[in-house]
Design a protein around this ligand. Structure first.
Ligand code: MEV
Length: 325
């Protein structure tokens, strides 16, 4: 066995198809330049320890046999559950010491929980020298997220593992890399942390009350996903932007947009963006906009003028990787 390994995974941004993807429709997600890094050490004591300053966890410690029991801070749940799930199929080290750092705030909605889950499982495979495929890792990480969160499509897990820009269908039925150039994206953080689970619940209620209407929305979003896929392959950013705005209309109908997000989107459009939409569950987190290069700074200034924070990123980034062994 190795005694220490460091691995890292990228954050993600949903480009098209959020919410619909929870109900068996495809989405497009890109991985970004911001990364989460996890170092895992095997130790001799039967203890799990965690230092995760990125989620305000300091000096966390418990015995290995009490993993997943008692009060568990949110920032730790995904790691404990990942270790538990791994331990059901492979022997784990006697003691495990984990530390995480991240170049992005967990508030942005860039997928820090899924990146942490994926890194924890990959770290265990590396420490125990057990070979694993990307698909096997996806299955275990998706199970972990469902255990902790109850619902979710798994698109964020796939993005953390595979990187690049991918076409994804619920539960990993499709995970297909898309050949596309660097996306000219502008990302604006609303200053509000969204709760994905709550937003999924809200949409579920709408689905139960108005199934025909919501299903029609999902079908329309699916068409947008395939049309924008074609435009992304052709680097036709003007049409990609237009499709983002069309997608946003449907997200608005689903009731997941907010005044703040709408203000950021509206000023982006007035400043010359081709299109803009929320990225992810809605209720907060970030908007994304696509604009002609000469309008980039105008769009950024406009987003800041209504209280948004610009998060500089690049897209199509490399997925899960080993940093050091
Ligand atoms: C959240 O970022 C995106 C949703 O589609 C949930 C999911 O796909 O797991 C709302």
């Amino acid at each position: 066995m190795n005694t220490t390994v460091t691995v890292s995974a990228p954050g993600k941004l949903m480009l098209f198809g959020e919410h619909a993807v929870v109900y068996n429709h495809p989405c497009i997600v890109t991985s970004v330049s911001e990364r989460l890094t996890l170092t895992m050490k095997q130790t001799k004591e039967h203890i799990f320890t965690l230092e995760a300053p990125n989620v305000n966890i300091h000096g966390y410690s418990k015995t290995i046999d009490t993993l997943c029991t008692g009060e568990i801070p949110r920032g730790v749940q995904f790691i404990e559950h990942a270790i538990k799930i791994f331990s059901k199929i492979h022997a784990i080290p006697q003691g495990i010491s984990v530390s995480t750092t991240s170049t992005f705030s967990p508030l942005y909605g860039f997928g820090s929980s899924s990146a942490t889950t994926v890194c924890t499982l990959f770290g265990l495979f590396q420490l125990t020298k057990i070979p694993v495929t990307q698909k096997e890792l996806f299955t275990l990480a998706y199970k972990t997220v469902l255990d902790v969160q109850g619902k979710g499509s798994g698109f964020d897990i796939a993005s953390a593992i595979y990187g690049k820009t991918i076409l994804f269908k619920t539960g990993g039925e499709i995970i297909e890399s898309i050949e596309t150039q660097q996306l000219p994206l502008i990302v604006g953080y609303s200053g509000v942390k969204a709760d994905t689970k709550t937003m999924i619940e809200e949409v579920k209620k709408k689905m139960e009350s108005y199934p025909d209407k919501v299903n029609r929305i999902y079908t329309a979003i699916e068409q947008i996903v395939f049309q924008s896929l074609k435009c992304m392959k052709e680097s036709d950013w003007e049409r990609v932007g237009k499709f983002m705005s069309f997608n946003q209309e449907y997200l608005r109908d689903l009731g997941v947009s907010t005044e703040k997000l709408e203000a950021m989107i509206s000023v982006s459009m007035k400043a010359g963006a081709y299109g803009a939409k929320i990225s992810g569950a809605g209720g907060g987190d970030c908007i994304i906009a696509v604009s002609p290069p000469e309008k980039h700074s105008d769009v950024e200034n406009a987003i800041e003028s209504v209280g948004g924070k610009i998060i500089p990123i690049t897209t199509n980034e490399v997925g899960l990787r080993i940093e050091t062994v």
